[in-house]
Design a protein around this ligand. Structure first.
Ligand code: G3H
Ligand code: 13P
Ligand code: ZN
Length: 340
């Protein structure tokens, strides 16, 4: 089937009370692994591409491959193509014209400037609303779904908010959804991107009660959990065993993601786990088969490692078995819905 709007996939997940993985891709092997896992487990899936991935893959290459997967290779799998952390309106317009069926406008940060520490500063609530509204107007006119973000990602240690992290304020989240009309909303509940989410040896804590509160206030808006990689120990150990240096890596335990889904999280963003699976598999081949120099000899096992992990994720999030539950909707259907 054609790529479907992300809104359709998340509305159905909301009805069925399950989570859907949104997996970052940068190349063909990641895409094949994720789509293969979705087909095998009969799971709807969200393929997401960051601005850096767009650059890496010459902007249009990934969308062509994703369309091939949806239309030709796995027509039975509902698939959405989503821009992850869209930094500005120009990138939103670009992705809409490339055929993306969903975009995130990350209005929580001002990607146009950097502070003294070289970080993008947080935007005010008002500025976030303004840029998100602009993105919604452009995307919805084309039937494309929109994810916004309120609060900034980071870690929470005991009860103290660390650094420039701002957890989502549920009242503000409700106001944000009402003012912007976003389809999905990323919440800051204490997760962070990458492989080092929590200090090693400490209890992993997330502000899960924020999910309950926001879900009650805006039950039709799909809630999104960024920084959801579990950073599986066996992958990290394998990377380190074969010469890598990823010490003290800690992710979000799968049981905690399942708890978040029970409370109303619907889109679960995973990038780091895929990176670790690939790195572990490639390092192993390089050490065990030093004479190998055909990329298929190491990218093949890397692809298989990602596929195996994503199958487990799709089962753990409750997505498995839901691919055939509903009829597809087109962007034109969504255009009419948004207009009416
Ligand atoms: O949210 C961040 C994702 O992991 C994307 O990372 O910008 O390095 O592609 P990237
Ligand atoms: P991880 O770094 O935990 O995989 O998070 C990815 C993410 O949130 C992409 O938007
Ligand atoms: Zn993210």
């Amino acid at each position: 089937m054609a790529l479907v709007p992300m809104r359709l996939i998340l509305d159905e997940a909301n009805k069925g009370k399950y989570g859907v993985g949104a997996f970052n891709v940068n190349n063909m092997e990641q895409l094949q692994a994720i789509c293969g896992a979705a087909a095998e487990t009969k799971s709807p899936v969200i393929i997401q591409v960051s601005r850096n991935a767009l650059k890496y893959a010459d902007k249009g290459l990934l969308s062509v491959m994703v369309r091939y997967m949806a239309e030709d290779k796995y027509p039975q799998v509902p698939m959405a193509l989503h821009l992850d952390h869209g930094p500005d309106i120009e990138t939103i317009k670009e992705c809409v014209s490339l055929g993306f069926t969903s975009v995130m406008i990350d209005g929580s940060l001002d990607y146009g400037t950097k502070d003294d520490a070289g970080k993008h500063p947080a935007r005010s609530f008002e500025d976030n609303v303004a840029i998100t509204k602009e993105a919604v107007a452009i995307a919805h006119a084309a039937g494309v779904s929109v994810e916004g973000e309120i609060g900034t990602l980071g870690g929470i240690e005991d009860d103290t908010v660390a650094g420039a992290v701002h957890l989502t304020n549920p009242e503000e989240a409700e106001q944000f959804v009402k003012e912007t009309g976003v389809d999905a909303l990323a919440l800051a509940i204490g997760t962070s991107h990458g492989a080092y989410k929590f200090p090693v040896g400490t209890e992993v804590k997330l502000a899960l009660d924020i999910i309950d509160d926001v879900h009650k206030r805006v039950p039709d808006t799909a809630l999104v959990m960024h920084g959801s990689s579990s950073v599986p120990k066996h992958m990290v150990d394998e990377v380190n065993k074969y010469g890598g240096q990823v010490p003290n890596a800690v992710g979000v335990p799968t049981a905690m993601i399942q708890d978040a889904i029970k409370r109303g999280m619907r889109k679960v963003n995973i990038d780091t786990d895929g990176r670790l699976a690939i790195t572990a598999a490639i390092r192993k081949v390089f050490v065990e088969q030093p004479k190998a120099f055909d990329p298929r000899k190491y990218l093949g096992p890397a692809r298989e490692a990602v596929r195996e992990w994503m199958i487990q994720e799709m089962q753990a999030f409750g997505t498995a078995g839901h691919a055939g539950d509903y009829a597809p909707k087109t962007l034109d259907d969504m255009k009419r819905l948004y207009a009416g």
